[in-house]
Design a binder for this molecule. Structure first.
Ligand code: ATP
Ligand code: MG
Length: 400
């Protein structure tokens, strides 16, 4: 068995919310290690994961995506006494040298944190004594300011450990700690990335997608389902709501100025998504919009689109360049799914030169031809389908 110590940010842990955030964090950790047989334990200010050695690579990969984690380390747990610390530190340092990639470190340093003041030595003295033992064993000089190998000793009231391996976590806030958000999810590159960033701030994702069969095909739906499957690694299982947009689009095409089509599509999507959000208790609606990226994303159009919603609209990518979004999409594994070719409903019946300064008045005037837009939106919600997206890390229990 091997042990990992997980560190999380302290900022969000202030006051009465602390137990809640810690529980969300532990739940998020449990979700990704459960199927590997990992055991999770909460100690004061730290979380410990115990897991069988064979899963080391996999568990590291998974923990690197657990939101709320600042960093984590594979550790050697020891008794809180100085001889044991020296022995463990030497073994850790020798192991680190063996696994070192490239030339090997030229300098090292021992760093001690002592939160258990019952330990009879002070941190600098511990570092010095452990450092002497390590230096003798690995024959390297100490560099206190820029060591290439860092040996960390931590003495807490509930556990004492040594580690040389610290891996970065993704940061953010623990899974689900912010509450549910209705995410407008297309098969494109942007909205899955927006979903990832929201999940990183603790949002529970309630994805909604619009499709227009027979103009959009089964492949478009598959794509969105696969995107949800990838997001579920980071955000947990979710339910994808699929709304049928065909009739609304045909109505808009028949009765409204073509230049206004995209703005009107977006307003209708937003109306329907907001209704679904209210039904499901979501506190906001989110999109993958980026300012000025396409015609519907000028400030004027965004404003004309947004006015149909009363819930806040979250747009995490608003300031992102496309290249930045693509980089992140690649890192989180949604890019390859997003670039599969498919017909997007928003490109249907759209002229080459859409309106880029749609005023609120113009949108309302065009919509007057549609009868009751709210009723149309409600109709989409009433006839929508829901697809369960299981947890990729817990396949057999995905329906729970
Ligand atoms: P994306 O890459 O997410 O599709 P985009 O930059 O291509 O975004 P648009 O296609 O104009 O821009 O869409 C803007 C936003 O509107 C999307 O990010 C998404 O939140 C929402 N949206 C667009 N099409 C759909 C759809 N078919 N279903 C659900 N939401 C959609
Ligand atoms: Mg798109």
């Amino acid at each position: 068995m091997m042990q990992f110590i997980l560190r999380y940010g302290e900022l969000f842990l202030k006051g009465g919310n602390r137990p809640f955030f810690e529980r969300c964090l532990v739940d998020g950790v449990r979700r990704v290690v459960r199927s590997l047989g990992g055991r999770v334990q909460r100690l004061h200010g730290r979380v410990v994961v115990e897991i069988s050695d064979e899963h080391e690579v996999e568990v590291r990969e998974r923990l690197a995506h657990v939101f709320g984690l600042m960093s984590f380390s594979r550790v050697t747990l020891v008794e809180p006494e100085i001889e044991a610390l020296c022995v463990a530190a030497v073994a850790e340092a020798q192991g680190a040298l063996q696994d070192w990639e490239g030339e090997g470190p030229r300098t090292f340093k021992v760093e001690t944190r002592r939160s258990d003041k019952r330990f009879p030595m002070k941190s600098p003295d511990i570092s010095r004594q452990v450092g002497t033992a390590v230096g003798r064993a690995i024959d390297l000089p100490v560099d206190l300011s820029h060591p290439e190998l860092r040996v960390e000793v931590e003495i807490g009231s509930q556990r004492t450990f040594v580690t040389t391996r610290r891996y970065p976590g993704p940061g953010g806030l623990p899974e689900g700690s912010a509450g549910p958000v209705q995410l407008l999810l297309s098969g494109g590159i942007d909205s899955p990335v927006a979903g990832y960033l929201l999940a990183k701030r603790g949002c529970i994702l309630l994805p909604t997608t619009f499709e227009s069969p027979p103009y959009t095909g089964e492949d478009a739906r598959e794509k969105v389902i696969d995107l949800c499957g990838q997001l579920a690694r980071y955000a947990g299982p979710m339910r994808l709501r699929i709304m049928r947009f065909t009739e609304v689009q045909l109505e808009i095409q028949r009765r409204c100025p073509p230049r206004m089509a995209v703005v009107l599509y977006r307003r209708m999507m937003l109306r329907a998504a907001q209704r679904a959000a209210q039904m499901e208790g979501a506190l906001a609606v989110a999109t993958g919009d980026s300012l000025g990226q396409v015609a519907s994303q000028t400030l004027e159009n965004l404003s004309t689109i947004s006015e149909v919603a009363t819930l806040p609209i979250l747009r995490p990518l608003v300031t992102f360049d496309k290249a930045e979004t693509i980089t992140l999409a690649g890192r989180i594994g949604t890019f390859d799914i997003s670039i599969r070719p498919h017909v997007d409903c928003c490109s249907l019946f759209v002229p080459d030169h859409p309106e880029i300064h749609a005023s609120s008045e113009a949108a309302q005037k065009a919509e007057a031809k549609l009868g009751d837009p709210d009723a149309l939106a409600q109709e989409m919600v009433d006839t929508s389908e829901v697809v369960e997206i299981g947890d990729p890390y817990n396949k057999s229990t995905s329906s729970s």
